[in-house]
Design a protein around this ligand. Structure first.
Ligand code: NDP
Ligand code: 2IT
Length: 453
């Protein structure tokens, strides 16, 4: 090992140790930082300037982390208190940009892992957006529409001070969809006494939303995996696909995979999964989950040939050619990855953020499975969010095919940039290394240009 390489490695591990000490118990944040930083060892070796400029120390420390109280009154007249978060992680490339997650598991670690990923993902899109993320430990499950509205209004009554079309632009994530964005937008507009359309993305089409935003993450993931498949002379036609989740990302990943000729045989929610050997009927899933907000288990009432199995992680026992994890972090562990490989999986595309553990990623890479990491494969959502911001600034709307064409081009560019970086840094075809390096270099070079801030 050359001196440069060993000292580059030492630098990376020293920074990781500081992160672990400075952010105790934040296991998801440590995991995301580890995956990214270890990929960057060859970059630190080749370009010592990043070390001289303290880029890794700076890029892993959020510019600010805001936490706040969110009080609201439930339908029984009881006062409830949740905690709100917004991490404004990195503004080098543009306004902070990233979704809001409403889920009981939300804490500083979850928000910071998502925010760190978002910096690199947003850079990969080539759009002028920095990295941010937010949310609350509020649990939307079982809440009435009025409760959702009161909660989101209270959340925005504090968040509004920190955001704006040129400052920080939130959007959806788990538990935050079109309904929540509508209430958040209404409350922001009311407080600000003016219509600043570009303050949020994922808005309804009637008030500043963009065509294709709803579909963008799922479609983008399928487009990205298509690039991976093409590199090996493969395609979706006739392929068996398993998709975890049945939310925004999962539904549109299923739709596009089916349009490409694949057979999607399973999807899930946090309770369990359904297996339909005839192919999932997407209209039923969409109605159950998007409209009626029911459980995926109800699918079998309408499709008795399908099987429901309790426990969502068991979905990975189903043999498939392509696996698209589109639910949540760490949903594929080492054992599930080994099972997928043993059952002959050819490609894995992460629609969710960090759905594979570090050990699972190693299993896929060592087995030579085509692996599209989340920050590349699921970047289509935030990319179209940036296109929504552009349209809001222009006070103009592009047509469906115009946005979809731009999305396809962006996903192809992310694939190309990531492959090129993987080749330049001696890990040809490794998209984990490639996407981390390609995203990192765009941000790091701009950070150097802007001075130590
Ligand atoms: P939704 O809330 O629309 O759907 C989430 C789905 O995942 C639901 O089916 C939900 O089940 C399931 N799920 C959520 N949490 C868990 C859990 N802890 N264990 C098992 N299943 C769970 O969210 P999205 O589809 O928007 O987000 C899914 C993933 O994609 C997340 O990782 C998100 O960060 C990522 N992502 C989202 C983007 C977007 O544009 N929305 C963009 C890029 C990434 P249930 O119905 O039971 O709650
Ligand atoms: O993880 C993500 O990229 C998102 N939830 C979408 C963020 C956005 O601003 O559209």
């Amino acid at each position: 090992m050359g001196t440069n390489q060993s000292s580059a490695k030492q630098y990376v591990y020293d920074v990781l140790e500081t992160i672990t000490k400075r952010n105790p118990n934040e296991t998801e944040f440590h995991q995301a930082a580890k995956e990214i930083l270890i990929s960057l060892v060859p970059v630190m070796e080749k370009y010592p300037i990043y070390r001289e400029q303290g880029i890794l120390e700076r890029i892993t420390e959020p510019e600010r982390l805001i936490t706040f109280r969110v009080p609201w009154v439930d339908d029984n007249g009881k006062v409830q208190v949740n905690r709100g978060f917004r991490v404004q992680f990195n503004s080098t490339l543009g306004p902070y940009k990233g979704g809001l997650r409403f889920h009981p598991s939300v804490n500083a670690s979850i928000i910071k892992f998502l925010g760190l990923e978002q910096i690199f993902k947003n850079a990969l899109t080539g759009q002028p957006i920095g990295g941010g993320k937010g949310g609350s430990d509020f649990d939307p499950k079982g809440k009435s529409d009025w409760e959702i509205m009161r909660f989101t209004q209270s959340f925005m009554t504090e968040l509004y001070r920190y955001i704006g079309p040129d400052i920080d632009v939130p959007a959806g994530d788990i538990g935050v969809g079109a309904r929540e964005i509508g209430y958040l937008f209404g409350q922001y507009k009311r407080i600000r006494s003016g219509n600043e359309a570009g303050v949020l993305t994922g808005k309804g089409l009637g008030y500043g939303g963009s065509l294709v935003r709803k579909e963008a993450t799922g479609y983008g993931c399928v487009y990205f995996v298509n690039e991976m498949l093409k590199s090996k002379g493969l395609d979706y036609e006739g392929a068996t696909v398993v998709v975890s989740g049945s939310g925004n990302v999962a539904i549109y990943a299923m739709e596009k995979a089916m349009q490409f000729g694949a057979k999607v045989v399973a999807c899930s929610d946090s309770g369990g999964f359904i297996y339909d050997k005839n192919g999932i009927d997407l209209e039923t899933v969409r109605r159950l989950k998007e409209v009626e907000r029911k459980r995926i288990s109800d699918y079998t009432k309408e499709h008795p040939q399908a099987v429901y199995v309790e426990g969502c992680e068991k979905i990975w026992t189903i043999p498939c050619d392509i696996a698209l994890p589109c639910a949540t972090q760490n949903e594929i562990d080492e054992a599930s990855a080994k099972l997928l490989v043993a059952n002959g999986v050819k490609a894995v595309g992460e629609g969710a953020n960090m759905p594979s553990t570090l050990e699972a990623i190693d299993v896929f890479l060592e087995a030579g499975v085509l692996f599209g990491p989340g920050k590349a494969a699921n970047a289509g959502g935030v990319a179209v969010s940036a296109l929504e911001m552009s349209q809001n600034s222009m006070r103009f709307s592009w047509r469906f095919h115009e946005v979809d064409d731009k999305l396809q081009e962006i996903m192809k560019n992310i694939y190309r940039d990531s492959i090129q970086a993987s080749e330049e840094f001696d890990h040809p075809g490794n998209l984990v290394v490639g996407s981390n390096i390609a995203g990192f270099r765009k941000v790091a070079d701009a950070m150097i240009a802007q001075g130590v801030i």
